[in-house]
Design a protein around this ligand. Structure first.
Ligand SMILES: [Zn+2]
Length: 172
């Protein structure tokens, strides 16, 4: 039996027709569905690439939970969507969330943890760039600029008075 070629395959709710498309009746190839195998394949490769990075496991655990939660609800709708563009929006949101948390910390008079927030924003910028290239098949290596040191020097004292100092005054 040939594979379903519908733009967005819709899996049959009938257990006897599991894995087939209700639109065309053909099989939905599991190699391009979001399922336990394809999710494990992708994140297994990530784990293999950076086996000793402690940041990886919590991300994989949360991503797998979120994929499972969305799988039944969204099915194969991702085939009719520009996933890379959605990812770029999420990356921009992630950088904004980091900024917003510094404002919450500032209001409480706590350490704003600017270095952490900027590190998050920087990694989201890298993710934004890689996702854009994923969508446009631009396979050049993403820009390599080691900014960790520059970011580490941005750990400012909390601004208790609500005054925002310009970056040039931030190193006092
Ligand atoms: Zn189909």
């Amino acid at each position: 039996m040939r594979d379903c070629r519908c733009e967005i395959p819709i899996e049959s709710p009938n257990p006897r027709r599991e894995g087939s498309c209700v639109r065309c009746g053909f099989a939905i190839n599991e190699a391009w569905s979001s399922n336990n195998k394809t999710v494990a394949e992708f994140f297994g490769r990530l784990k293999e690439a950076v086996p000793f990075d402690p940041a990886i496991d919590p991300l994989i655990a949360e991503a797998r939970r979120r994929e499972l939660g969305g799988r039944r609800r969204f099915g194969n709708s991702f085939h009719g969507r520009e996933n890379w563009r959605e990812g770029c929006e999420e990356a921009a949101d992630g950088a904004l969330y980091a900024m917003l948390q510094t404002l919450v910390n500032r209001r409480k008079g706590e350490s704003q943890e600017i270095a952490l927030a900027l590190t998050a924003a920087h990694h989201f910028a890298k993710a934004h760039e890689a996702l854009r290239r994923l969508g446009t098949h631009d396979v050049h290596a993403i820009s390599d600029f080691a900014a960790e040191d520059a970011l580490a020097h941005q750990d400012l004292a909390p601004h208790r008075d609500g005054h925002i100092s310009p970056p040039s005054a931030a190193r006092d």
